[in-house]
Design a protein around this ligand. Structure first.
Ligand code: SF4
Length: 233
């Protein structure tokens, strides 16, 4: 099967429907404490599996410890943010407190910034600790999908020099595919969902122990962090 055929098969309407039903099943599971983490991890697994099956034609420049892209504005789905809140809370107490504090501080510092301002300041993700992602296994889909074929282009972009980062197109298309499935699943499960800015959304989820339960009851508790609010008015 040629690469385009493999892509078309992997992202067919039937595959989309199957993934959406699977995600909706997790979002409506009897055990409320499994809904967000299982749905988010299934979303990540679907992306990782497809990305491994359909690798980019050119080698990636991404390496452990390289984190230029962790200074970009990141968005995530609601289930992913509640998964991250659980991941942070499950860390040893001192680590969890420190990381939650970093998130709260970053949310306060960036609350009034739009996307352009965030880029100008190269605001780091507060989950980036000692140069590495502290929640790597549960990092959002946006972080999984974003990669580069040219680290020098990433460096130039970070230095605010003219640069076009060559990203793997297949990964971007796969991200769009699984995102469409996630949106359909959230509609079917009747839980609010959107693209939420990661720092603000996670700060909201960590600040209120009842946030996840309120979300499951249909309240869009992450709405103040909707990614679209960062765009210039
Ligand atoms: S969640 Fe992890 S991978 Fe994503 S931007 Fe933050 S530190 Fe980087």
């Amino acid at each position: 099967m040629t690469a385009p055929d493999a892509f078309a098969t992997a992202t067919s309407a039937a595959a989309l429907g199957k993934l959406a039903r699977q995600l909706a099943g997790f979002l409506t599971a009897a055990r409320a404490d499994t809904r967000a983490p299982y749905a988010a991890r299934a979303l990540h697994r679907a992306f990782d599996t497809l990305a491994a099956r359909l690798p980019p034609r050119e080698p990636l420049a991404c390496r452990a410890g390289c984190n230029y892209c962790c200074h970009q504005v990141v968005s995530a789905r609601a289930a992913e943010i509640f998964l991250l809140a659980r991941t942070v809370r499950a860390l040893p107490a001192a680590e969890a407190t420190a990381l939650a504090g970093r998130v709260a501080d970053a949310a306060a510092a960036t609350a009034a910034m739009d996307v352009a301002e965030r880029h100008r300041r190269n605001v780091p993700c507060p989950l980036l600790v000692d140069g590495r992602c502290a929640v790597y296994a549960d990092r959002p889909l946006a972080c999984r999908a974003f990669a580069s074929h040219d680290v020098e282009a990433c460096r130039r972009a970070f230095a605010h020099e003219p640069a076009t980062i060559p990203v793997p197109r297949t990964a971007m298309a796969l991200r769009a595919f699984v995102t469409t499935a996630a949106e359909a699943a959230a509609r079917s499960a009747r839980v609010p969902d959107d693209q939420y800015e990661l720092i603000g959304g996670l700060a909201l989820a960590l600040a209120d122990p009842q946030a996840e339960a309120r979300w499951q009851a249909g309240e869009d508790v992450l709405a103040p962090a909707a990614a679209r609010r960062l765009l210039p008015r």
